[in-house]
Design a protein around this ligand. Structure first.
Ligand code: SF4
Ligand code: FES
Length: 253
């Protein structure tokens, strides 16, 4: 196939940035989107051009680093698919494809399509540690976990921290991400001791970092490659309310 790329080029966070048009002939339909960018970059390097900077690591949908806006959609046109698992067969021959970085103030552009997502790490750090003993994996039946709770925790643990939810949300809200982390630990017995402190601290941190609030638009969940549901946000809000009430009743805890 022969496509035309309209790619965001930005030398650093201090530059203004601009869309550059790049001709991309002879693209195989079974290439992944990142492989297509690899081919384009090899050609750019051979002709003395500047390769397109993009983030990637696992290329199998688990590390969360490859996020970019493709034709205005986080991770492109396919549901529940990361950019690294998106294939060129989902585009038309002759198509013009716009490729841009995540657009959200808490994710500043580092270069081209790479943004700084360390704000997510700060939210996770704000959650602190659990005091349950760790070490080698315990015998599975030592601590019974009801199946619905285990499933809920597992579903939330699928979040790969890619940031698509923030990029897709008109408010740049991180609530789907934060709620997935809170649901993961809050659904399990090991996560109960610090449950109140964790939700209060993580929500305060996401607000402090400049992420917006949720107004129930739902773009986050629709764009999430791991299909984290909106119920996760409602669960986090319930946890936050309960923790705030308990704190008011027992100040200083
Ligand atoms: S909730 Fe979904 S979209 Fe948001 S960071 Fe996690 S995996 Fe990515
Ligand atoms: S490169 Fe790891 S999720 Fe895409």
């Amino acid at each position: 196939m022969h496509i035309t790329l309209k790619v965001w080029r930005q030398g650093s966070g201090r530059d203004a940035g601009r869309i550059e048009t790049i001709d991309a002939p002879d693209i195989a339909t079974d290439m992944s989107f990142l492989e297509m960018l690899d081919v384009v970059n090899e050609r750019l390097i051979k002709t003395g051009g500047d390769p397109i900077a993009f983030d990637h690591d696992c290329r199998e949908g688990i590390c969360g680093s490859c996020g970019m806006m493709i034709n205005g959609r986080a991770h492109g046109p396919e549901q529940a698919t990361t950019t690294c698992q998106l294939h060129m067969r989902h585009f038309k021959d002759g198509e013009t494809v716009f490729v841009e970085p995540w657009r959200a103030e808490p994710f500043p552009v580092i270069r081209d399509l790479i943004v700084d997502r360390s704000a997510f790490d700060k939210i996770i750090q704000a959650g602190g540690y659990i005091t349950a003993p760790t070490g080698t994996a315990p015998e599975a039946n030592n601590l019974p976990v009801p199946k619905p709770d285990a499933d809920q925790a597992f579903e939330a643990a699928n979040c790969i921290g890619c940031g698509a939810c923030v990029a897709a949300c008109p408010n740049a809200s991180a609530m789907l991400f934060t709620s997935a982390k809170i649901t993961h630990l809050g659904s399990l017995p090991q996560g109960q001791a610090e449950r109140d402190a964790r939700v209060m601290s993580m929500v305060a941190k996401q607000d402090e970092l400049g992420f917006g609030t949720c107004t129930n638009i739902g773009e986050c969940s629709a764009s999430c490659p791991k299909e984290i549901p909106m119920e996760s946000i409602a669960r986090m809000n319930r946890d936050l309310l309960r923790a705030t009430r308990r704190r008011r009743r027992r100040p200083g805890q």
